[in-house]
Design a binder for this molecule. Sequence first.
Ligand code: SAH
Length: 375
Amino acid sequence: MAIRKTNLLDLDRASLEAFFADRGEKAFRASQVLKWIHQHGARDFAAMTNLSKSLRQQLAASAEIRLPEVIRRQVARDGTRKWVLRLSDGNAVETVFIPETDRGTLCVSSQAGCALNCAFCATARQGYSRNLTAGEIVAQLWIASRELAAPSPGDGARAGTAMRHITNVVLMGMGEPLLNFDAVVTAMRVMLEDHAYGLSRRRVTLSTAGLVPGIDRLRECCDVSLAVSLHAPDDALRDVLVPLNRKYPIDELMAACRRYAAAAPRRRITFEYVMLDGVNDSLAHARRLLAWMRRVPSKVNLIPFNPFPGAPYRCSPPEVIEAFREVLIRGGITTVTRRTRGEDIDAACGQLVGQVQDRTRRSQRFHVVLAGAGS
Ligand code: SAH
């Protein structure tokens, strides 16, 4: 019977060092191999020329660099790119690259589907299948980095002055990252690792719907930027929009955010707030939000609601969003309205659906994103 090979994409530096120690090799082999895989994009051990021939052969026999298959690539009019990746069990997840003049942000998924059931999110409609492995999360970065480095036809016209490489990663794709804690932390360690992607802690952001114990655990073990999907300034409304609130109400969530902010100098928490017409966008809501924001080192991202088929909400009109923003700004809170990106390819916030084998039987409908696969 064939022994399953170790997928080296699943390993951060510490586990790769342990992997080599088991084989009687020195710890520095881990840095060499991390560089080959993540910086040079090597998948073939034969190419790793600073390793001895016998080590390369040993690696080929016991390890591999296994990637999901890209089944769809799309480029939006604004240059936003989306990849649909098929995992080995048939689930599909989405990854999005958002180019701006001063940064290139990769938005990665952490789960196939999502179990949290937020009322305004397309991913929720898909139901939930499973956690991604660390390797499946890291692979999104591996694939996007390689493909962004290779020019493709039609890029010239679109690219303009926009950034062509990944400077920031946000765990804001499909899934709740803190419900897949270990794999997400391992993957973030690879993102931060100098011999892999070398991103700074400020440029890796985990976004959560507010899992309080997860926020505390994260604070203790992996120092990255935190974004919290708040969306409502009081429990009655947040219970409806983000059902997780029934377990972790706003005051407990804010206390966890204060602890997280206090763990690093000058750290601020980003609060995301989706603007839903007539639901959470009044000036009274803005004033209540301001009162919370004054009690935590914070900044606010207002997110225009991105519609999807069957969505029960509409986006607030621009002047309502602006008036809401004014209240926060005048209250001294840095507040930006997030520009919607990539909506013509369903790559905007809350539009990622992939194709998930729903184990929660939530989705009776089937989202046909695989139509045109391979095009
Ligand atoms: N589960 C995590 C990670 C997903 S992040 C979290 O909740 O933070 C995705 C971000 O997009 C979240 O802030 C989410 O609330 C927001 N979002 C979801 N659906 C949206 C929609 N239809 N329009 C705009 N933003 C949406």
